[in-house]
Design a binder for this molecule. Structure first.
Ligand code: 21W
Length: 207
């Protein structure tokens, strides 16, 4: 399920050029018994299944040992702190290696958190998904574009929408050729070549 978002376009090119590494691991590789079981019924009853602490700890410890650099371990969880651009920038500048644990089913055994095998829990927003995989890809995408060389040199992640420089305002409207399309014209000021006026117009049209 990580094919596509992580192999195409900007992220794909960054991986091909070696400035970004992403490795995926199937938790079933650490599953128990002939059925490679990774989950079990919740203590206390209730619907759904819970991912087993022993399976996940084995997986985390083995993945940790695959690289000598210390890793920041994030559990993508609907109960986590909502991801904001500020967090993205903190992770991008302080973290060389991330281990992302994607929850599935109803969640993971809480002892994974209590036992210190996770550094933080992150959600990507207040809506319900089926698992942590899409959130993991969102987190990778947001962090990757802050790595020098990932974006083309004409765009830098630094002075763009949501950055501190633009007061985390969104964007100004963009136009390109043709200057008239089905009677809809590009604002005259953008064709004027008057840079001060263009700046003023863009500042006035931030949203
Ligand atoms: C969603 C698992 C909800 C469990 C009562 C009984 C990771 C996520 C996820 C998921 C529940 C993120 C329930 C935004 C997300 C994720 C799967 C709770 C419901 N209520 N960010 N059972 N949204 N989602 N179970 O869903 O793992 S980050």
């Amino acid at each position: 399920m990580f094919e596509g978002p992580l192999t195409e376009s900007i992220i794909g090119r960054a991986r091909d050029s070696g400035i970004l590494e992403v490795h995926t691991h199937d938790i079933r590789d650490w599953g128990l018994g002939n059925y490679k079981q990774t989950d079990d019924e919740p203590y206390g009853g209730g619907a759904g299944m819970v991912m087993r602490v022993d399976v996940i700890v084995s997986a985390i410890e083995d993945v940790m040992a695959m690289d000598e650099r210390t890793a920041h371990r994030v559990y993508l969880s609907a109960r986590g702190e909502t991801l904001k651009q500020e967090k993205v920038e903190t992770l991008a500048s302080n973290t060389e290696r991330l281990i992302l644990l994607c929850g599935h089913y109803e969640g993971i055994d809480q002892r994974i958190v209590e036992g210190g095998w996770i550094d933080e829990e992150i959600s990507i927003g207040d809506y319900v998904l089926t698992g942590g995989e899409l959130p993991a890809m969102v987190l990778i995408d947001t962090i990757a574009r802050h790595i020098p060389g990932v974006l083309g040199k004409e765009v830098s992640a630094h002075e763009e929408s949501h950055s501190a420089e633009l007061d985390r305002k969104k964007e100004y409207p963009h136009y390109t050729r043709p200057d008239v399309f089905r009677d809809i014209k590009v604002p005259d000021v953008l064709l004027s070549g008057h840079h001060a006026e263009i700046e003023k117009w863009r500042r006035a049209n931030l949203s």
